[in-house]
Design a protein around this ligand. Structure first.
Ligand SMILES: [Fe+2]
Length: 320
């Protein structure tokens, strides 16, 4: 089975801008800038993000970690039986990705998907690009990826039936949105049925809310434009902002994402708007922002909110 989002690869002509953005705004560690690829770490894993110099601004690949080596064979034969061409990773690719084994294929929307086993752990301590407490990764994986897709039904069927992604929730108004989990993170993957193709955003989560807020301030010193102001999502409870990457799509920097119990989870339709508050969509023209703003204001009038945090000693213990 697939257990986590392992890494993301980007194609870009702007790797120097990416190096600045990923370290100074996001707080990732720049590992290697030599050659045509820039590699970043977020934790002990040897690589979490890489940007390869190509004449494009888009996704190079998305890497998903499988539980066992045998899972690669299981998925490989399942994909082949559905007519998907599966490539087994050559030694050079395995070393490049720092994994013990991998296979890759192209999904129905044209994205390159890599299934990997045993990503290499680095012996060197993680050194963030700016002072942050750390990223929330581990069993939850790197974060989440949200993709624009033209044929959402085809993609939903492919990921659920062949790759066993579990539906978290979905909405159909005003455009189709489907969220999937592969572990306790509310979603590791989502599709936006926007008729486009490419990254909407990827999300990284921090251990400390202040690291999100400080990234927000630092971005606005000229390091990155803000696409969504700080706000809180209604489905995964993430408190986050979105910044433009050098490639034009967004990165969501978040804190406080919801942990679910995958065994007990029942998928459901989303009826609230996307955010309890905030997340003003600066990337949209004013007339398109109002729909989202009106929904938010209605949520505020109705008093809808995320459940209260519990067992937080400094917040709830009696102050002396
Ligand atoms: Fe997100």
């Amino acid at each position: 089975m697939i257990k986590a989002l392992s890494y993301i690869g980007i194609k870009s002509t702007l790797k120097d801008d990416w190096a600045t953005f990923a370290t100074k705004v996001l707080g990732m560690q720049l590992l290697e800038k030599a050659g045509s690829t820039v590699i970043f770490r977020m934790d002990n894993q040897a690589q979490r993000l890489f940007v390869s110099e190509e004449n494009d601004e888009s996704i190079a690949c998305i890497g998903w970690e499988v539980e066992t080596k045998a899972d690669l064979q299981v998925f490989g034969s399942r994909l082949e039986s559905r007519g998907v061409e599966v490539r087994h990773g050559a030694q050079s690719l395995k070393s490049k990705r720092h994994v013990a084994d991998l296979l890759w294929f192209i999904d129905p929307a044209g994205f390159r998907v890599e299934l990997v086993w045993k990503p290499e752990q680095s012996g060197d301590q993680f050194m963030p690009g700016r002072p942050i407490e750390g990223f929330r990764t581990g069993p939850l994986g790197m974060g989440h990826a949200v993709l624009h897709v033209a044929d959402i039904n085809q993609m939903v069927a492919f990921y659920r039936e062949i790759l066993d992604f579990q539906l978290s929730d979905y909405g159909n108004n005003p455009i189709p949105l489907y969220f999937f989990h592969v572990n306790e993170r509310h979603h590791s993957l989502a599709f936006v049925g926007s008729k486009n193709s490419g990254f909407h955003h990827f999300m990284v989560e921090y251990d400390n809310l202040d690291d999100v807020g400080q990234g927000y301030d630092l971005a606005q010193t000229g390091l990155a434009d803000i696409a969504y102001t700080i706000g809180r999502h209604t489905n995964d409870y993430m408190i986050s902002y979105y910044a433009y990457t050098p490639s034009g799509f967004f990165v969501e920097s978040g804190w406080g994402g919801r942990i679910i119990d995958p065994q007990a989870w029942v998928p459901h339709e989303l009826t609230l708007g996307p955010s309890f508050w905030g997340h003003e969509r600066l990337y949209l023209p004013e007339n398109e922002r109002t729909t989202f703003r009106d929904k938010r204001l209605q949520i505020a009038k109705d008093g809808q909110r995320a459940p209260q945090l519990v067992n937080c000693p400094w917040l709830f213990q009696k102050r002396i």
